[in-house]
Design a protein around this ligand. Structure first.
Ligand code: B12
Ligand code: SF4
Length: 241
């Protein structure tokens, strides 16, 4: 059974992963949706594709690790199909009170964005996703929330994004959509609301009272601290779209 590793760590140090884990055949670098399909094509019995032709991997060869051409980022994140939770034992997680932070009832994970426009000194995100930051249509995110309320009786939502509320326009549109549909839910993000209104954000002046709309839309009080950005900042490409 060929074993392929993906994610941040595999992307940051694939050669190290291959050296430390002899059972590993390859590491997937960056985004995985298209790589996974092509890997299956290359590793299935008929093998109508070679591993060398799969973009975005580092694979083991007798001569040493071989890195293929980088895989381009998926440009339209709204085109990525929704997660097939029906293929997982999701009820066990919902019943077990599994969540990212505080247990607020039946909690479903969500992703509203991909990537991060920043480049903090300690973080491998730029290698993983580049600095291209893409957001989903907020209405589609709220559609997904409504779907989970209907299908799984979900009452709370955890955002698994790297940086979900960098763009004030996006988060205000999202909050407005929750209010418009009168959804009585809670949701939490992995960063503090001040991330979106950080000291370097020109949008801060446009939205001085972010708590006025975040709280009514159901966001849970942030658990982290405002990051000391000046110490960690390496600058951003600012290619958020
Ligand atoms: C949820 C989460 C957790 C949860 C995981 C719970 C769970 N069961 O889901 C918890 C809280 C446990 C956790 C813990 C930690 N986490 Co964490 N976590 C995340 C978070 C927010 C979301 C992960 C996720 O679902 N991403 C969304 C999916 C779509 O992305 P993905 O997993 O990268 O997968 C894509 C590709 O990588 C690829 N891919 C992945 N696997 C595979 C496999 C194959 C075969 C292929 C082809 C492709 C592929 O395809 C996917 C789609 O494109 C990420 C931030 C982020 N948004 O990624 C941080 C993140 C991964 N965590 C991070 C860290 C640092 C940690 C901890 C080390 C923190 C600590 N000090 O304890 C621990 C490590 C735990 C461990 N043992 O590994 C860092 C990793 C940084 C790095 N360079 O390694 C991240 C990136 C956050 C950050 N920027 O700081 N984490
Ligand atoms: S804000 Fe900094 S630490 Fe967080 S994902 Fe972006 S670069 Fe990494």
């Amino acid at each position: 059974m060929p074993i392929v590793l993906g994610g941040e760590h595999a992307t940051a140090v694939p050669e190290l992963c291959l050296a430390e884990a002899p059972a590993l055949l390859a590491c997937a670098i960056g985004e995985g949706e298209e790589t996974a399909v092509e890997l299956v094509e290359a590793l299935s019995h008929d093998r109508h594709r070679s591993l060398r032709d799969v973009a975005g991997i580092v694979f083991r060869t007798p001569e040493g690790p071989c890195r293929t051409t980088p895989r381009a980022r998926i440009r339209d994140v709204d085109d990525i199909p929704p997660p097939r939770w029906d293929l997982t034992p999701i009820e066990r997680y919902l019943d077990g009170g599994f969540s990212f932070g505080v247990d607020r009832g039946r909690t479903m994970p969500l992703l509203a964005t991909r990537g991060c426009p920043y480049r903090c000194t300690f973080c491998s995100s730029p290698q993983m996703w580049t600095t291209r930051y893409s957001t989903r249509d907020p209405r589609l995110v709220v559609d997904e929330i409504e779907d989970y309320i209907g299908r799984y009786r979900a009452t709370s939502f955890d955002f698994y994004d790297l940086t979900s509320i960098v763009k004030p326009d996006w988060i205000t549109a999202f909050c407005a959509e929750i209010e418009r549909r009168k959804l009585r839910i809670t949701w939490s993000v992995g960063k503090t609301p001040t991330t979106a209104w950080g000291s370097r954000s020109p949008d801060r002046r446009r939205y001085p009272n972010h708590r006025n709309f975040l709280a009514p839309a159901g966001t849970v009080a942030p658990s982290g601290n405002t990051p000391p950005l000046d110490d960690l900042w390496r600058g951003g490409e600012n290619d958020a779209d």
